[in-house]
Design a protein. Structure first.
Length: 298
């Protein structure tokens, strides 16, 4: 008699099969941030997930932040982290340090991916003119070298994908005068996914997904159409820090991305669970023409 644990593994593979077939050779952009960037085990789980996506035929691109690591290094050199309306105030010295720290984080991720047997290439938004920006104002306030993406030139990413590399991008861009700007990683990932018309955009952070009851951690909604998400916004169910994330998701879908996933990176292998299982581990937001995979009532 075959042991039940092996039958369970077979069931998992069978459940994953239609997703592997559907998304083979499709681009998926993964925004990597939050606690998953700090915890060594979660970091390794995440890299394993992305490598597996690559090896089963996806075309993953990682876009990562590094806010917690930047704060740590600012403290080391005696500088203070300042924020206005949730955005980092970035003077010239902070920008210089942030770019160095992000580049360091980037190369660590490249090394992890390559240790798992997949070729990776680390780039910034400045490389190949990937991300062109203009100065972002926060409610009219000048917060320094913080940028809004105005243009995405995808050639460098498409070239790397064509050569079978896994691109890993950190969110620093340039303006028309060649000045470097820090970019919110969520916004950078959304801009890149939109420009590539990616099949999927996945946000890995410290939130479980969208809750039908903000106070109930067990009320995560597996799938939402845009109209349903907009209704939850108007009713005040989606608010606070989740609100800009959902607005980013809706904008990306309206501009051509098929599905956007919000998931909790603190759950081991949450990326694989979200993409390869019917219910997933977070919330998928999709355009009206897409089919839901999961009925919340079942």
């Amino acid at each position: 008699m075959v042991a039940q644990k092996y039958l369970d593994k077979a069931e998992v593979l069978i459940e994953a099969l239609p997703y592997i077939q559907r998304f083979n050779r499709k681009i998926i952009v993964v925004k990597y941030g939050g606690s998953v960037m700090i915890d060594e085990e979660l970091k390794q789980d995440m890299m394993q997930d992305v490598v597996l996506l690559k090896l089963v035929g996806f075309k993953p691109i990682i876009v990562h932040g590094g806010g917690k690591e930047i704060n740590r290094w600012l403290g080391k050199v005696g500088m203070e982290a300042k924020f206005v309306n949730g955005l980092r105030v970035t003077d010239a010295d902070t920008m210089e340090l942030a770019e160095m720290v992000l580049a360091k984080v980037n190369q660590e991720l490249v090394a992890r991916v390559q240790s798992l047997g997949v070729k990776a290439a680390g780039i910034s938004g400045k490389d190949g003119g990937l991300l062109t920006v203009q100065k972002k104002l926060s409610n009219g306030l000048d917060i320094g070298f913080v940028g809004d993406v105005t243009k995405v030139d995808t050639k460098i990413l498409l070239d790397l994908l064509e050569k079978d590399f896994l691109p890993i991008v950190f969110p620093v861009g340039m303006d028309a005068d060649g000045h470097s700007y820090n970019i919110n990683a969520d916004e950078a990932a959304s801009a890149i996914a939109t420009a590539l018309k990616a099949e999927k955009l996945a946000y890995l952070s410290d939130v479980e997904g969208v809750r039908s009851d903000p106070q109930d951690a067990d009320s995560v909604i597996s799938e939402l159409y845009i109209k349903e998400a907009e209704t939850l916004i108007s009713e005040g169910v989606i608010s606070g820090g989740m609100l800009p994330k959902i607005k980013n998701c809706i904008e990306a879908i309206n501009k051509g991305v098929s599905r956007v996933h919000i998931m909790d990176g603190r759950i081991p292998h949450s990326l694989l669970l979200e993409i390869f299982t019917d219910k997933g581990s977070g919330t998928a937001i999709l355009k009206e023409s897409e089919e839901k995979y999961w009925n919340e009532q079942q």
